[in-house]
Ligand binder design. Structure first.
Ligand code: AMP
Length: 207
């Protein structure tokens, strides 16, 4: 059983690590941001509601996010574990999660804020969840599913600044929260995706 939370600032590489962990360990990648983006693409009521917060870099209210995650974790494919990417983001979300499930690893991807702005500005996303950086891939279509890549609205500079401020204020307290539960593990997210993944694998395999 591998139940993982990925913590880290926007642009730390949570999505990239989640995708690698999913492929290697065969556990589902649950990204609350992806759930909202899919709802926006599908023009649902939830999508419309979430977008009003996302566009300005604010968090979607806790009760909405918690319900989504609680429901998702009940699905059959989560029986052997899961990777939570972008959840929890507040102490209140973490407390609610504690009531639903135990967690084995909280992996905190540490990254310098100076790097994050560039990473997000060059980030291109696909609706299937794949993410690319313009410095590494200049194509316009997703290599996995062929979908059209796009720049996330909230990756534009002004919104990024607010997302970082929101992260500092609302999400960094989770580091202490999980440290006190003895399940917090730091990895270095400043270098490349592969190096960070080596650290993650060492951690999960316990050496
Ligand atoms: P992400 O893709 O994780 O960067 O999330 C994009 C946006 O979706 C965030 O800036 C929030 O507006 C919203 N969001 C995603 N996950 C959460 C969460 N756990 N709590 C509140 N808002 C969230």
């Amino acid at each position: 059983m591998i139940r993982i939370i990925l913590l880290g600032a926007p642009g730390a590489g949570k999505g990239s690590q989640a995708s690698l962990i999913k492929d290697k360990y065969g556990i589902p990648h649950i990204s609350t941001g992806d759930v909202f983006r899919q709802n926006i693409a599908d023009k649902t009521e939830l999508g419309k509601y979430a977008q009003s917060f996302m566009d300005i870099g604010e968090l979607v209210p806790d009760d909405v996010v918690i319900d989504i995650v609680a429901e998702r974790l009940q699905k059959e494919d989560c029986k052997g574990g899961f990777i939570l990417d972008g959840f929890p983001r507040t102490i209140s979300q973490a407390q609610s999660l504690d009531k639903i499930t135990a967690i084995d690893y909280v992996i905190n991807i540490q990254v310098d804020f100076s790097l994050v702005i560039d990473r997000l500005a060059g980030r291109r996303a696909c609706n299937c969840g794949e993410v690319y950086h313009t410095s590494l891939y200049q194509g316009v279509f997703c290599k996995r599913c062929g979908g059209l890549l796009y720049q996330r609205e909230d990756d534009k500079e002004l919104t990024v600044k607010n997302r970082l401020a929101v992260y500092e204020k609302q999400t960094t307290p989770l580091i202490e929260y999980y440290k006190s539960q003895n399940i917090l593990f730091n990895v270095d997210g400043n270098s490349n995706v592969e190096k960070t993944f080596e650290e993650v694998q060492r951690l999960i395999s316990g050496n």
